[in-house]
Design a protein around this ligand. Structure first.
Ligand code: ZN
Length: 498
């Protein structure tokens, strides 16, 4: 075999894989937005079949040999070298699982997601419970097939964030516990910020109009972006110039859809601004923590800055003349930044957010090391909320049923949310040193998206998280940026003594 032939074969194979991936992602987007529930069984069988083809393509012996050959060469480009490393990891991950189990799992995932949706609507955990236990069982088994000698949860953590494991997350969450929990307790005792006006009635069509304006200001463009509606907001990147986000409007919560859209548009920009030649290759497969850093940066560090808010506040006041007639910019700024323990992660403020993640992390650890009774996960969930945040849900839809992640077996994903928030703090600090972010937030958001493209997003998955951070901020990951950001922001907002 020679290098040129091998690289050509790799390209051809990548093209095939990307064609199936496009088909499956389009179908999944359709599934989560407009597909009638009645057709689920029919669709899930065909999806499973397509996943089977993808399995065969991925584990093709010939391509594995080509990739192993390429990995032995030392004159590959940086991009090809990284691709080869990532493909090999992916092939090993897939081929460790027998095909029939792989296909059965993909079908079980769809049925579990459907059961989760039903259970959440009916507020009945028992509908979802058997599916959840099945997902746990699958993921434990698969992780052990892949790395028989490794802790299964460590295997899963590494899937979502290369190089991460329990030991590293334990250290990170220990800091969060020690530094953030006491601050939350102090704020609970401080004078409350009035945010009650956010929960008046805000008509959906007017909210949609507002979102149209905010998206235009962010630069989320119809030429490459589309916004749909789904139960659980998400982003789906088909290619550089085809990125889809979804939202859900809540007529009794003004800021919920605003911030969930800004969040998803942050993800969308990442997909849109990676080097175009990475389309259809594994270099688009950015780690979850890295991806989340960009969405959380948009949502919180930029979106909740007063200069950004001022940009849409007056338009919003025009739209909701009656509803917001007694509300000033300052009232609104304080309300969307107010902190109080709450039950729903996606609506949580910045300060309590990492605690929601800490809870899920501890539960996942317990699920995989066998220290938790799987029969009582709903009750355990409530106990954790009581212990850490001093509140408890009286309904499973506000407790264990709130998130979609476990319904498709995505264990190990949650911790990347807190990691991403912390990474965002570090990038935010550096960006504010390098440029006048306040000014850009008020009159030229494009300067910010271009900065992020050049310093972070263009790399795609070419480097692991820490290497991108070193390039973008001149230093390794340091959770201190996150902790001091939260401390400074909330000490000032609540007029606490330092
Ligand atoms: Zn996100």
């Amino acid at each position: 075999m020679d290098k040129t032939t091998a690289l050509n074969e790799l390209k051809e194979w990548e093209f095939k894989i990307s064609a199936y991936n496009l088909l499956l992602s389009t179908a999944m987007f359709d599934e989560s937005t407009i597909a009638p529930k009645g057709g689920l069984e029919y669709r899930s069988e065909r999806f499973a079949y397509l996943n089977g083809i993808l399995y065969e393509l991925t584990t093709d012996k010939k391509i594995e040999e080509i990739i192993i050959y390429l990995s032995s060469l030392d004159d590959l480009t940086l991009e090809d070298k990284r691709k080869v490393t990532l493909y090999l990891k992916d092939i090993n991950k897939t081929k460790a699982i027998p095909k029939d189990e792989y296909v059965a799992f993909s079908k079980a995932q769809m049925l579990a997601s459907d059961a989760w949706e039903k259970a959440k609507k009916k507020d009945d955990y028992s509908i979802f419970k058997p599916h959840l236990l099945k997902m746990i069982d699958y993921q434990k088994r698969f992780a052990l097939y892949r790395n028989p000698d490794k802790d299964p949860y460590d295997t899963l953590l590494d899937d979502y964030e290369e190089g991460m494991n329990k030991e590293k997350y334990d250290q990170f969450f220990k800091r969060i516990k020690e530094e953030i929990l006491p601050l939350i307790r102090r704020i609970t005792e401080a004078q409350k910020i009035d945010d009650t006006f956010l929960y008046r009635f805000y008509a959906k069509d007017k909210q949609a109009k507002l979102m149209h304006d905010i998206n235009a200001y962010l630069g989320f463009d119809k030429d490459w972006g589309y916004m749909g509606i789904s139960m659980h907001p998400f982003t789906c990147g088909m290619s550089n110039n085809d990125v889809r986000v979804t939202t859900a409007y809540d007529e009794h919560n003004l800021s919920s859809s605003i911030y969930s859209i800004i969040h998803e548009v942050g993800h969308a920009f990442y997909e849109h601004q990676m080097a175009k030649e990475y389309d259809g290759t594994i270099l688009k497969a950015v780690s979850s923590g890295m991806h989340e850093s960009q969405s959380r940066l948009f949502e919180n560090y930029l979106g909740r800055d007063k200069n950004f808010i001022a940009n849409y506040f007056y338009k919003m006041k025009e739209l909701f003349k009656e509803e917001l007639k007694d509300v000033t910019l300052d009232d609104y700024y304080r309300a969307v930044n107010a902190s109080k323990p709450s039950l729903i992660r996606t609506d949580a403020d910045e300060l309590t957010y990492p605690i929601h993640i800490l809870i899920r992390y501890e539960i996942e650890k317990g699920i995989f090391d066998g220290t938790l009774d799987l029969d009582d996960l709903d009750k355990i969930w409530d106990q954790y909320y009581q212990e850490y945040l001093g509140i408890k849900s009286d309904r499973p839809s506000l407790g264990i049923l709130q998130d979609i992640h476990w319904s498709d077996g995505s264990f190990g994903y949650f911790p990347t949310y807190a990691l991403g928030s912390a990474v965002a703090a570090q990038i935010n600090a550096k960006m504010r040193k390098d440029m006048d972010v306040k000014k850009a937030l008020s009159d030229d958001f494009k300067k910010i998206t271009l900065y992020l493209k050049d310093h972070v997003q263009k790399y795609g998955a070419l480097y692991p998280l820490d290497e991108i951070l070193i390039k973008a901020t001149d230093q390794s990951f340091d959770p201190d940026f996150y902790i001091s950001y939260l401390k400074e922001k909330y000490t000032a907002l609540y007029h606490l003594d330092k």
